[in-house]
Write a protein that binds this ligand. Structure first.
Ligand code: ACO
Length: 329
């Protein structure tokens, strides 16, 4: 049983300034703005420069939430970063964030669940806070996917972008909790659909890895598309069921932004009108773990949701993994 509830104090995001448009991509690979727009919905994405790492974006997003709430870094006792593009395999990106913020009292670790990562990380923080172990948690989704993108592969390089989003959580009374439910799932049997084959212990970096371009994202887009639709629907329905709510109770659904056709299929299945489904992939593409939290932050800042509204985040990604959470703003 939970001893406490979890309150969302603030959200923030941080995006690199540099924009890469579909027109720019036309000059890099054999593609067209028309193909990318009609097949995915993406028009442009943000990309980091060579001196910027994932923790730099994560620190940027974290500073926004600390400033908004007047929280000092020393008050944070837990930092979790969801990412598939850590600065290094170790130390964790969360440790770099701790150093960058001066959050010297925080316990730090990373969560790797691909595009579902932010919701997985939120689930970890929720449990630590509800059980009374920690009080103030910074949960971050941050990616520099363009660093693991094969710029010679037109089937993947048009899809991804960089960015970071953060949320500050604190302990509250159980009946005042902002996080009403979390549903998580995984299927390791579908590991082949989306992966970064090189650079881990299975295939450490070598000339062969580099020659075969295994240091970049490898994806079976068509099969992934089918699994994504099925699992996004399942996760969305289960998280609503867990807190006794229905799709019509939602003020906004914030789905993972991989492909507009996946989002449309989900929207049709759970019968939500277009204005209740958040879309920003035209501006940013797929930012994996950073996507849903940046979506939540933008929805709040744009006034699409207000205090008391119910919002659902839903995601799927490599693993496969899938996840959804229902939140009261
Ligand atoms: N420009 C022009 N043509 C292209 C491009 C491109 N950028 N990319 C592929 N094509 C071609 C293919 O070569 C193929 O040509 P062919 O018929 O002559 O062989 C044709 O377009 C169709 O290719 P498909 O792969 O069947 O295209 P599809 O309609 O499935 O769209 C896409 C591809 C956009 C990748 C889609 O499958 C998709 O979005 N899948 C899900 C991907 C996803 O969600 N990934 C992220 C998961 S999140 C995470 O964990 C990071």
């Amino acid at each position: 049983m939970a001893k406490y509830g979890v309150k969302i104090l603030a959200t923030g995001s941080f995006l690199p300034e540099k924009v890469l448009t579909n027109k720019d991509l036309e000059r890099m690979v054999d593609t067209t703005d028309e193909w990318i727009t009609t097949r995915t919905g993406i028009k442009e994405r943000r990309i980091t420069d060579e001196n910027t790492a994932t923790s730099d974006l994560a620190i940027g997003a974290s500073k926004v939430v600390l400033q908004q709430t007047g929280t000092s870094p020393e008050e944070i006792d837990l930092i979790i970063v969801a990412t598939i593009t850590p600065d290094m395999l170790f130390p964790s990106t969360a440790c770099f964030v701790q150093k960058g913020l001066g959050a010297k009292n925080a316990v730090c670790f990373d969560v790797l669940a691909a595009c579902s990562g932010f919701i997985y990380a939120l689930a970890c923080a929720k449990n630590f806070i509800e059980s009374g172990v920690y009080k103030n948690a910074l949960v971050i989704g941050a990616e520099t996917l363009t660093k693991i993108t094969d710029w010679q592969d037109r089937s993947t390089c048009v899809l991804f972008g960089d960015g970071a989003g953060a949320v500050l959580l604190t302990r509250t009374d159980e009946d005042k909790s902002s996080i009403l439910s979390v549903y998580l799932g995984a299927d390791g049997n579908q590991d082949d659909l989306l992966k970064l084959p090189g650079g881990g212990s299975r295939k450490p970096f070598s000339k062969d890895v580099l020659d075969k371009r295994l240091q970049y994202i490898s994806m079976n887009g068509r099969q992934l598309f089918k699994s994504a639709v099925i699992k996004m629907i399942e996760a969305s329905e289960k998280a609503l069921e867990m807190c006794g709510r229905k799709p019509e109770d939602l003020a906004l659904l914030i789905p993972h932004q991989a492909n507009l056709r996946i989002i449309d299929a989900l929207r049709e299945r759970i019968s939500l009108p277009k204005e209740k489904v958040f879309v920003n992939l035209d501006k940013y593409g797929n930012m994996s773990s950073a996507t849903t939290i940046i979506g939540l932050d933008e929805a709040i800042r744009e006034g699409r949701v207000k205090s008391g509204d119910l919002v659902e985040l839903v995601a799927f990604g490599g693993g496969l993994t899938w996840a959804a959470t229902v939140i009261r703003i």
